[in-house]
Design a protein around this ligand. Sequence first.
Ligand SMILES: C[S@@+](CC[C@H](N)C(=O)[O-])C[C@H]1O[C@@H](n2cnc3c(N)ncnc32)[C@H](O)[C@@H]1O
Length: 149
Amino acid sequence: MRGCWVWFWADHRQYSDHFESVIGVDFTPAQLELARSRNPFANVTFKEGVAESLPVSDGSVDLVTSSMAVHWFNIPKFYAEVDRVLKPGGVLACYSYHVCAPLYKGKNLYSEFYEFWENLNRYWPKKYDPLKTEYTTIPSCYPEDLHLK
Ligand SMILES: C[S@@+](CC[C@H](N)C(=O)[O-])C[C@H]1O[C@@H](n2cnc3c(N)ncnc32)[C@H](O)[C@@H]1O
């Protein structure tokens, strides 16, 4: 396959085997510096750029991913860019983290941890709200969107 798009510097380990070319994009130079310093793959490169104006040509990408970042983007502009860069049949995958269920001596501490998480959430900026709702509040890019947990 040709072309893949990632924002998560750890992701390139998963994608480098499956795509001829993997491009990591972020607008924060420090993120890119760290990503480059830890990248052993020849087919993975990093570019400084914004999600709303991606530095790739029209219809050239098979997969666009966003790891823990889409809630920061201007969604209508980002979706228009995704539509521009994806090949027909290409895929956009946006993912993030949520509360884990820690085990301690065989006991599932989900409810205790969730209480801590809920308290912590009060101090997060509004921009983080889509994380709390597991991205269900972010509008769909395409009508056939899937929401996976
Ligand atoms: C929570 S960090 C996630 C970083 C990385 N994707 C990961 O999974 O570890 C969010 C990242 O999104 C980047 N970011 C936020 N808005 C952006 C935008 N409009 N265009 C490009 N990068 C953006 C920030 O610079 C930051 O590095």
